[in-house]
Structure formats: C-alpha cells, structure tokens
Design a protein around this ligand. Structure first.
Ligand code: ACO
Length: 325
C-alpha cells in the first residue's frame, strides 16, 4: 500500500524572544498568572522585515534539508496559516517561489489551530490518490504585528514561528495511518476576529481595533478537554491501534492544563504527552509541526514509533492523525 511517509521535519523560530516578564510591561498581567494558567514562559517574535512566508519558507527549507530532497523535486507546497502575507495570492505561492519549488502546485489552508492537520490530510490524499509523490506541508503564523498586547486575555497566548514536514509516497507500513477532521461552524463565535474581512471590511472608524480577538476562553477550554480524546478515539477506531500503542502524543499546544486534562481522560501516561508550549506559546497552525520537530530534536521519536497528533481550535475545528515514524 502507498503511504505518505514523513521523511523530513524542520522549524524556524525568529530570534527575538518576549518573556512573560516582558509581557508584564505590555499589559496588566504577571509571569505567575501566565505560567499557572497556560504553561507559557516565552514566545518568539518575528523581525520587522519578516512575513509569514519567510517563516514558512525557512521551516520548509530545513525540512527539505532534513529529508535530503531538492526543492525542484517537490510536487506541491501546502501552507497552513491564518496570518497570510496577502489577501491574495496565497502564501503557499509565495513560499513556493522563495523555496525555488518550480515544479510544485501551491495553496493555502486556513483551519486555525487545526490547520496543520487539515494540510496533512490534503497532502495524504494527494499522495494516496497517486496525484503527487512529494509534498511539503509548512505551517506558521506571524501574529506579533497584529496582536493587541494590551488585551491581556488573548495578548499573552500567541507566538510567531513555523514548522514543516516533507511527505513522500512510499510502499510499506511507515507513514500516515489515519486522518480524522471535524468542524462545528455553529460555534464560530467562540474564537473569532470579526473585522477586516468581507463581512466587516476595514474602515477608518474600525481600523484601530481590527485585530481584536474575541475568545470565550473557558468554553473553549471545556470543549477542548472533551474533543481531544474524542478525536483521538476516531484515530484508534479507524486503525485498530490503542492508546497503549502510542509512543508519543504531540497535540496542538494551546494550554498545558488542557493537554494534561485531555491526556488524563485518555488514560495516557504523562511521560507520553509532549509539550513545548513553555518555549513557544500557541503558534496556531504552526504548533503541531514545531512540536514534532522539537520532539525529534529531544530524541523522543524513534523509527517505527506510533505518534499521535490532535488539534482543537477556532472554527471550531478539530482533528487527529496516527503516524508510524
Ligand atoms: N493576566 C492576568 N489576569 C488575566 C489574564 C492575564 N493575561 N487574562 C485573564 N485574566 C483574568 C481575567 O480577567 C479573570 O479575572 P476575574 O476573575 O477578576 O474576572 C481571571 O484572570 C480568570 O480568567 P479566565 O478567563 O477564567 O481564566 P482561565 O483560567 O480560563 O484561563 C485561558 C484563560 C488561558 C484563555 C484559558 O481559558 C484557555 O486556555 N482557554 C482555551 C483557549 C483555546 O484553546 N483556544 C483555542 C486554540 S487557539 C486558536 O484556535 C487560534
């Protein structure tokens, strides 16, 4: 059977770091509150001349280097982001050009925090259908130039950065074993940036608060704790694998307390839950691939391991995937 095998991973995190202590200057918060409520200690911040495409390109370059694959051999570039460079063209097209992936198709996917899993599912479908052999999924966000730091309820949560994977068509047992995606658009108002799109276009009287994020934090928290285990169960149901087969759980990193509660509900030992939220905060679509690469750098993923991915975020959307490494 042809599978989409992960043959390379890579990250790019901008050099500048904003610690929780730095956040104390920008809004009415404390290092203690942020760490206790979220697990975040710091977040990376892009340079003024960087755009999302720069972060996603650097991550993709690193993943291609890790895979030993030339950009010219890539068939498709999928860029997952909710902070694109432009309204159009797609950031995927910009990344394709910067990579020099001249033979590749390119597109964007916006599914907020589930963006990477939606991108992975698309790449997996391309590969399993036989349409493409080599696909780069790069996912990242540049939130720092739009986030309103004085809004402490959302300003402390997010960070900049990108992560990428290279997938290749291969015969055998290694690669993506399952994909499950879900959405409940009726709950869109749980986490939304209302203004700036076609519904409420930018106007002189709203331009100052255009980037205000409205978030029902506690409702999202409760829903996420239930949705992560439900999404993971779908992965087990479709493969016949169980939680005991999982070597490492690499979820979307929105809140350390959500992940610990979800892992407990799933009966997953804490040592199999991978978290890097302390280092990078919530990088929305970039969160899972960045965590995957960090997990590899930390020596937490070995060949043949079963790795479980899961997400929950704005939309609301969710998803899961099992991968044999
Ligand atoms: N610093 C200090 N105090 C704060 C801060 C802050 N940064 N933010 C809020 N507070 C205050 C509130 O005003 C409130 O004060 P009050 O009790 O006087 O009214 C108090 O802290 C508690 O606020 P809560 O919102 O109840 O805090 P909670 O423990 O729920 O934590 C958080 C908030 C971290 C946002 C949490 O609810 C959460 O992580 N929710 C889920 C977020 C999520 O999963 N989002 C989806 C993914 S993101 C995406 O898709 C783009």
């Amino acid at each position: 059977m042809i599978r989409a095998r992960v043959v390379g991973t890579g990250n790019y995190l901008p050099e500048k770091i904003l610690t929780n202590k730095d956040m104390e200057v920008l809004c009415d918060t404390t290092d203690e509150w942020i760490q206790q409520r979220t697990g975040i200690k710091q977040r990376h911040v892009a340079a003024p001349d960087e755009a999302t495409s720069d972060l996603c390109t650097r991550a993709a370059e690193n993943a291609l280097k890790d895979a030993g694959i030339a950009a010219g051999d890539v068939d498709a570039v999928i860029c997952c982001t909710l902070t694109p460079d432009y309204m159009f063209p797609s950031t995927g097209s910009v990344v394709q050009a910067k990579l020099g992936a001249d033979n590749a198709a390119a597109l964007d996917i916006n599914a907020a925090c589930s963006g990477f899993l939606y991108g992975l599912a698309t790449a997996n479908a391309y590969i399993q259908s036989g349409l493409y052999k080599t696909v780069v999924v790069t996912a990242g966000e540049l939130v720092s130039n739009r986030i309103i730091y004085k809004n402490r309820d959302t300003g402390v949560l997010f960070g900049d950065g990108a992560g990428a994977v290279v997938l290749r068509a291969e015969e055998g047992e290694r690669g993506v074993l399952s994909m499950y995606l879900g959405s409940d658009g009726k709950s869109a108002d749980m986490l939304i940036m209302h203004k700036g799109g076609s519904k409420v276009p930018p106007k002189p009287d709203n331009v100052l608060d255009i980037f205000t994020i409205q978030m029902k934090g506690q409702e999202l928290f409760k829903r996420a704790v239930v949705k992560f285990p439900e999404a993971c169960q779908k992965a087990f149901d479709s493969t016949g694998l169980t939680i005991d087969d999982v070597a490492l759980f690499v979820p979307h990193q929105a809140n350390g307390r959500i992940l610990e509660a979800a892992a407990q509900r799933m009966g997953l030992p804490t040592e199999k839950l991978y978290m890097n939220i302390d280092r990078v905060a919530n990088i929305v679509a970039g969160s899972i691939p960045i965590a995957l690469h960090h997990a590899r750098e930390d020596g937490r993923i070995k060949d043949g391991d079963i790795v479980l991915l899961a997400s929950f975020g704005a939309g609301v959307t969710w998803g899961s995937s099992l991968i044999r490494w």
